[in-house]
Design a protein. Structure first.
Length: 202
């Protein structure tokens, strides 16, 4: 018999096409690994879910109909890492369109932490690199015109750029750019959440 949480997991997979044990652990099981692993295995045994192992991440991936790319798995890992940092996810959009389709980031995620709202855009540079022209022309233009978009509530945004190797960084003028690896290592600190958390304690 499907539980309410099972239905929430299936709703996630229906929306995002897949989930890993690590993602399920933080999104649905409050950080507990074994219950997440066990429940997904039961759903597979009951032939509700299918699974495969990602050749890149070596993680077991559960899905309903079609396997997804490792690139898209990294996008979902961003949501997982935010929840791991105790952020509350407010809204998620996959591949939103801005500036008449000139900018299509991998994901838009709005989250709340310590009473503050954050508008973030994600670029996962797994099989390609986000060109500096896109960063210093298009994203700067989007930041200047952010008031035209409901996603940003009249404020600017944080652009998260995840890539295997970070060699150069673009210093943005009208928005905040954050570079991280594909595991989103130290995301909590990069976003400045440590300082916010400390300020709420004082």
């Amino acid at each position: 018999m499907l539980t309410e949480r099972d239905l929430e997991i299936l709703e996630w997979i229906n929306k995002y096409k897949a989930i890993t044990v690590e993602q399920a652990r933080y999104v649905f099981f409050k950080g507990s690994y074994e219950p997440a692993r066990r429940r997904l295995a039961i759903l597979e045994k009951d032939k509700i879910l299918k699974s495969y192992t990602s050749k890149t991440t070596k993680q077991k991936v559960y899905y309903l109909e079609k396997k997804i790319s490792d690139h898209d798995l990294y996008c979902l890992d961003y949501i997982k890492e935010l929840m791991k940092c105790n952020c509350k996810i407010v809204e998620v959009k996959s591949k939103p369109h801005y500036l008449n389709n000139l900018i299509i980031p991998d994901m838009y995620v709005k989250f709340k932490f310590a009473g503050y709202f954050f508008n973030t855009l994600l670029e996962v540079d797994f099989t390609h690199a986000t060109e500096e022209k896109k960063l210093n022309l298009l994203y700067e233009k989007l930041a200047r015109e952010s008031s035209d978009y409901k996603d940003f509530n009249g404020r600017s945004f944080i652009l998260i750029i995840a890539k295997p190797i970070i060699q150069t960084k673009y210093a943005a003028n009208n928005y905040t750019s954050i570079y991280t690896d594909l595991k989103f290592t130290n995301l909590h600190n990069l976003l400045g959440l440590d300082e916010l958390q400390d300020s709420t304690i004082i």
